[in-house]
Design a protein around this ligand. Structure first.
Ligand code: DHB
Length: 525
């Protein structure tokens, strides 16, 4: 390991422009606020990364804990790491025009920091108290069947093994940027919550702006920023993709001293995104409400039924059609749609990949599946029985007792948690006319990719990689399927698949994700 930190940094102190001048022949824009990337200030590291194509020995330049805004609120979170491959399996690589994977490690809408990471893929959420997640169900990461994991871009699972998109991307010769972001539990000494909505998305946008403002200094092609994230991080990744250059974040970005550059990205990868939060309680009861058992206790049937009824109008109001010519999506046909478009193909591929003996024993244990010639067939209600107990209580997101992570996400000032749906506010207070607090509607819009897609934001990402475990009951499967339907309707390039029998946080095809980046950019290392 060679450390060049300090030595070269001194050499370029008089002009950061020089630092990047040799990298690419692009002109540099002036950068205010000390936000110029110093290409000379790195540590050279190496790592053996296991991919589907075998082990790769990657030498890379690691740029650590770079503040990405001029006026940080908390620089431990508002900083990013950059990893640039220089040699893979002994062969020199020039990543100066490579795609840039922008991999967040947010989980649970918690704070995530990369400041202490010792190399690529080392960031993660901080300080998650046990059982702190939504719905009062199992503690985050508690096994509940299938692959299950505490989420975060750097802690996904493939067949029980940890996988990191960041590492896979580096091994493919791409540049990896790993941003930290503020999260919902952060408080200052006066007890004020400073990482609640919309802090995390504002931070990620500021980090994208930093990268783009440093085009030519930072290695990689800033026209090819591909974001990735899981769960809350997947929500933020899809939101980053949908909300590119939206004016709705201008005030917050200005207050942070974010670089003056576009925050639009090329593509968004989102695994099990926990998003569309203000409609997620309705969607949850529509999807999982036939099973009232959560963590061994029955949830309230009346509340479940009332929420599920609300999903009907919500889904109809979206005016979405199913992919593959399915026609208008409604609460009534959505189960059949998921089965046809995603679940049967997923089960079919799963079964086709098994040995005859394994397949036969799986089918014997799961007689609801009919299988022939690589195709599986079954009905929605059999699928729901197969998944079994739901993960969350009711309402799953806006809990009547304000106990979920999402209630905290919509905290304000010294108030830790608030209601963000009228349904829960009214049930909780007994006041049928109660309305959510005045600042909340705008924050919901800032946090919801569906809003930006409904507006047909012309600056959105136009490539989407969407993945979820079919057994993931952290949110409704309609959430990710609606994202796919909305982006498909806009003409975007959309790849949604569900991993059969996999739970929350699964990432079973990271090689395919990396190959997809090559395909959509036309780049090969
Ligand atoms: C995550 C999981 C949840 O169930 C939720 O409500 C929010 C976030 C997560 O794993 O990031």
């Amino acid at each position: 390991m060679m450390t060049r930190r300090g030595v070269l940094a001194m050499g370029v102190a008089s002009g950061a422009v020089l630092a990047g001048a040799g990298l690419v022949g692009r002109a540099f824009a002036a950068i205010a606020g000390g936000l110029a990337f110093d290409a000379s200030n790195f540590t050279e590291l190496s790592k053996t990364i296991t991919t589907g194509a075998g082990d790769k020995l990657v030498k890379y330049r690691f740029y650590k804990a770079i503040p990405y805004v001029a006026n940080p609120v908390d620089v431990a979170y508002q900083c990013l790491n950059v990893s640039v491959p220089v040699e893979i399996d002994g062969k020199a690589v020039d990543a100066s025009n490579a795609p840039i994977l922008f991999a967040n490690s947010v989980g649970g809408y918690m704070p995530s920091s990369v400041a202490e990471a010792e190399g690529v893929g080392g960031g993660g959420m901080t300080g998650l108290p046990p059982g702190a997640m939504a719905g009062g169900g199992a503690p985050e990461g508690a096994p509940a069947g299938g692959t299950e994991v505490a989420s975060g871009g750097n802690a996904m699972l493939m067949g029980g093994k940890r996988v990191s998109n960041a590492e896979y991307a580096l091994a493919a010769g791409y540049v990896v940027v790993e941003p930290g972001a503020r999260g919902r539990t952060l408080t200052d000494p006066s007890g004020t919550y400073y990482g609640v909505a919309p802090a995390a998305i504002v931070d990620l946008k500021a980090a994208v702006r930093y990268v783009r403002a440093n085009q030519g200094r930072i290695p990689g092609n800033t026209d090819w920023i591909i974001s990735s994230g899981t769960s809350a991080g997947g929500a933020l990744s899809s939101l980053l993709g949908a909300s590119g250059d939206s004016p709705l974040y201008a005030a917050e970005l200005a207050a942070l001293g974010a670089a003056d550059a576009s925050d639009a990205i090329f593509a968004a990868g989102a695994w099990c995104p926990i998003t569309d939060l203000e409609h997620a309680d309705m969607a949850y009861e529509w999807n999982w409400g036939s099973n009232l058992l959560a963590s061994g206790a029955e949830v309230d049937k009346n509340i479940s039924t009332a929420l599920a009824a609300g999903f009907e109008a919500y889904q109809e109001g979206l005016g979405l059609s199913g992919v593959g010519g399915f026609g208008a999506l409604t609460a009534r046909n959505y189960g059949d749609y998921l089965v046809q478009a995603y679940l049967q193909p997923s089960a079919g591929a799963y079964l086709a990949a098994r040995s005859d003996a394994d397949r036969a024993s799986y089918l014997a244990a799961n007689p609801f599946i009919t299988y022939a010639d690589g195709k599986a067939s079954f009905g929605w209600s059999d699928f729901l029985s197969h998944v079994g107990a739901r993960k969350k209580s009711v309402p799953a997101f806006d809990a009547l007792d304000l106990s979920t992570g999402e209630n905290n996400l919509f905290g304000l000032g010294t108030i830790e948690a608030r209601h963000f749906t009228e349904f829960s506010l009214r049930r909780a207070t007994g006041n049928p006319d109660a309305t959510i607090e005045a600042d909340i509607p705008a924050k919901l819009v800032q946090m919801n990719p569906m809003h930006h897609l409904a507006e047909k934001n012309p600056r959105r990402a136009t490539h989407w990689w969407l993945r979820v475990g079919a057994k993931d009951s952290d949110t409704s499967l309609s959430v990710i399927a609606n994202l796919a339907a909305a982006t498909t309707a806009l003409g975007d390039d959309v790849d949604l698949a569900m991993y059969w029998d996999a739970g929350h946080g699964a990432n079973e095809d990271p090689d395919a994700f990396v190959a997809w980046i090559g395909k959509i950019t036309g780049y090969s290392a």
